[in-house]
Design a protein. Structure first.
Length: 365
């Protein structure tokens, strides 16, 4: 039997070492994968006793004092059992115009407080769904119109904060509730403006800009959206222009939507007139027959044309200097000797006989 060359021994050793490292890395990867927490995903949607019924939200029309029973489906899409808290909250319009629900620590006072569960906390097996019943009771003194909220399923997880202490983090998934309580409907959006300011340009032949804060409040009892426009003009409606301020999102009853806007192309006309107009639009298709009215807010502010006035003053001063110079030239030109050099007197010879035309002086007596 021939001995194995040293080169082959080195190759075999390298191969064995590589195999050992590969096996170690594979085992480490499997151990790390085993240590990774399972992904937690869940969902909430309107349901029935027999499962989801195709609704995207809980939409109701009820009378004051009426009660109904409905179901919410809570699904666990993960591979481990999932424990969730289940409750209802009131909704509101955020500063950016989006839909949101109250924080979990804040008690609801509207539709969120009208919903109750027999089991506010439940555990859902992996890859399954529970259809949970709940009761909605409208108070006898509930105001007519829209009451908006949501049903949420909350998962609480422990994590380590930046300081190293343990903190509880809530993650929520929910479905919206749109409840219309019967009675008189009053749609109304009210605009207002504040902090109007004119912005000048250095170029006197170009217009400036206008900025202001605005707010639109839903003082009615139905959720509305719409368009907000502004009309700007000088005295007696001079140079009137209309701008679109914002496309209003859905604003819930009692909520406000605020923002700041700036427009270019406005001339400073000493005193400006600003009219803010809101044109409401329905959100609920069932409200297609209700009458909507535009509302406006009017104000005025000073915008002296400083740049144009400065240029006009310079032009007036230049014209005044030119006129003075022209008057001086005319005065100089009207003088008899103006512009003509003086002629020297002719020299006379006393010894020469007088000219016949020269008058003789009378002889002394």
């Amino acid at each position: 039997m021939k001995p194995i060359p040293a080169l082959c021994l080195q190759a075999l050793s390298a191969a064995a070492l590589a195999a050992a490292l590969l096996a170690a890395n594979s085992a480490a990867a499997q151990e790390a994968a085993a240590e990774e927490p399972a992904v937690v995903t869940w969902g909430v949607n309107p349901s029935s006793q027999d499962g989801p019924d195709g609704r995207s939200a809980f939409d109701y029309e009820l009378d004051p004092g009426e009660t109904l029973i409905d179901f919410v489906g809570v699904s666990n899409f993960g591979t481990e059992p999932l424990t969730v808290g289940l409750y209802a909250l009131d909704a509101f319009t955020t500063e950016t115009g989006t839909f949101d629900l109250l924080p979990s620590g804040e008690e609801p006072v509207d539709v969120g407080s009208w919903i109750g569960f027999n089991e506010p906390r439940l555990t859902i097996p992996p890859k399954s769904r529970l259809d949970v019943p709940f009761a909605l009771t409208v108070p006898a003194d509930a105001t007519p119109g829209d009451h908006v909220g949501g049903i949420v399923a909350v998962v609480t997880e422990s994590t380590t904060g930046a300081s190293g202490s343990e903190i509880q983090v809530e993650r929520r998934v929910g479905a919206r509730i749109h409840l219309r309580v019967s009675g008189e409907i009053d749609p109304d959006l009210v605009p207002e403006s504040d902090d109007e300011a004119f912005h000048y340009t250095w170029n006197p032949i170009e217009p400036g800009g206008l900025s202001f804060k605005y707010a639109v409040e839903n003082t009615g009892n139905v959720r509305l959206q719409g368009t907000l426009v502004a009309r700007v003009s000088g005295p007696w409606g001079l140079l009137k222009k209309e701008f679109q301020v914002a496309e209003l999102p859905q604003i819930l009853p009692g909520d406000r939507y605020e923002g700041t806007v700036r427009f270019e192309g406005v001339w400073p006309l000493l005193y400006e007139h600003l009219e803010l107009i809101v044109r409401p639009e329905i959100v609920n298709e069932a409200d297609a027959g209700i009458r909507l009215s535009s509302r406006s807010d009017e104000t005025g502010f000073w915008a002296p044309p400083w740049t144009q006035a400065a240029v006009a003053a310079l032009l007036v001063f230049a014209v005044w200097i030119w006129i003075k110079a022209r008057k001086r030239e005319r005065r100089n030109a009207s003088r008899p000797d103006a512009g003509t050099p003086a002629k020297p007197a002719p020299e006379t010879d006393e010894s020469a006989p007088p000219s016949p035309d020269t008058p003789k002086e009378p002889a002394e007596a």
